[in-house]
Ligand binder design. Structure first.
Ligand code: FES
Length: 104
């Protein structure tokens, strides 16, 4: 289990975390929900610590794949079509008393 202060994750922030020797990112969506993903994008390995948060989703700066807070991945095309991708691993996140506990 890795703990990080809630203050490091205001809405739309993304932080890299290491849990059990593996690298992940944790983000907070615009509505306050927490999401997590492996740090390397499943598409072509871009660093998701550089990704941006749009509403509650994390969006890779590489080629725009999006990740929701439940481990679902997809690509939104310019025409508005949503192409699902394989699910990704997520962390178990629990927030209390000003800290977020992240576990695999
Ligand atoms: S590397 Fe993330 S979308 Fe391509």
């Amino acid at each position: 289990v890795t703990e990080l202060p809630s203050a490091e994750l205001p809405p739309r922030a993304v932080v890299p975390v290491e849990v059990d020797g593996e690298e992940y990112v944790v983000w907070r969506g615009a509505t306050g929900v927490l999401g997590s993903a492996p740090r390397r994008c499943p598409h072509l390995d871009w660093d998701l610590a550089e990704a941006s948060v749009v509403e509650d989703e994390l969006v890779c700066v590489g080629h725009g794949w999006s990740f929701d807070c439940h481990g679902r991945a997809f690509k939104r095309t310019e025409s508005g079509r949503v192409d699902p991708k394989d699910d990704i691993e997520t962390l178990r996140l629990e927030e209390s008393d000003g800290f977020i506990a992240a576990a695999r």
